[in-house]
Design a protein around this ligand. Sequence first.
Ligand SMILES: NC(=O)c1ccc[n+]([C@@H]2O[C@H](COP(=O)([O-])OP(=O)(O)OC[C@H]3O[C@@H](n4cnc5c(N)ncnc54)[C@H](OP(=O)(O)O)[C@@H]3O)[C@@H](O)[C@H]2O)c1
Length: 327
Amino acid sequence: MGKCKFWTLRSNFQGQAKLSDFQLVEEDIPTNLKDGELVCEALYLSVDPYMRLFSDWSEVGKPVVGEQVARVTDSKNAKYPVGSVIRLSSGWRSHTHVKDVSTIDVMPELGDLPLSLTLGVMGMPGMTAYFTLLDVLKIKKGETLLVSGAAGAVGSLAGQIGKIMGCTVIGFAGTNAKVKWLKELGFDHAFNYKTEDVGKSIDRVAPDGVHCYCDMVGGEISFQVIKRMRDHGRMVVLGSISTYNNSTETTGPYLFSDILTKSLTITGFIIFNIREKWHIGEKQMAEWIKEGKLKYKETITNGFEHMPEAFLGLFSGENTGKAVVKA
Ligand SMILES: NC(=O)c1ccc[n+]([C@@H]2O[C@H](COP(=O)([O-])OP(=O)(O)OC[C@H]3O[C@@H](n4cnc5c(N)ncnc54)[C@H](OP(=O)(O)O)[C@@H]3O)[C@@H](O)[C@H]2O)c1
């Protein structure tokens, strides 16, 4: 009988998560499946910033949440025979016993594209970028779009979609190498927020201000951007990674007077709330990749046992593009 490994929370995160907050647990892989059930083995697993928040609403001892793409290794379900490849949110597990196949996500049409993209450009981060720009911001040709967290999984795609839609795109990222990559992707302006003054950089390249802001980071960067939004500017709050490790709640200063006097629209958006629409975005992303309009990068960590390191790397900027673990 083989063994399944899974990562659980050993202790709730206090501030920055630590390797010692995670525990690797083993159990037997089930063999006597009931009708309709299956077992799958992880091929690629996703690490994402939202998992930092998971500790706040999870109990110690619970498996860490997350998506993976996996191959069916045992099956009593005709729809998913042995060898089928599936995407599911079963957490940081090497093997999953699926009792209810309605929990399995629909796989995107990948064609020749690598399987791991199911977790990146053809998955949750890609869909976040796509629907944020087209459905929420409703970005228009000629507008100035600013993206923070720009060299990450969502940001690098959001900026490129902005270019496809005919916008001037400004990106902020945390290393010079990332800034160079953003320029290669076609960003009009890119800056290292750790070495350059965010406000002055925006003033220099967008003296009339920013129409749309795709916010991944919150904190000081967003403070500086909101100050430089144009009248009737639109901002989407996708994440706030600069505050995820704070142990106390941020209490401002909030820019209510800027929001009021500039008549800004600020929207929070969670991609899992529009799961039924993903197929539309997946089709378009695949086409843009095929046409050479959309480029992607993955930072792949080898080995299921390195899931915590890959996850922690998100908070120190180790990844460029999508962070994925190859099991
Ligand atoms: N609302 C949704 O549905 C949704 C969906 C997906 C993601 N998100 C959110 O979007 C954001 C980006 O997610 P992602 O998957 O694309 O992650 P990611 O950008 O691929 O990885 C995280 C990146 O954040 C940057 N970072 C870390 N700490 C930072 C800080 N203190 N200040 C500024 N930047 C920091 C790092 O890059 P640098 O080297 O540039 O610092 C790091 O590489 C996260 O906040 C995430 O929670 C939301």
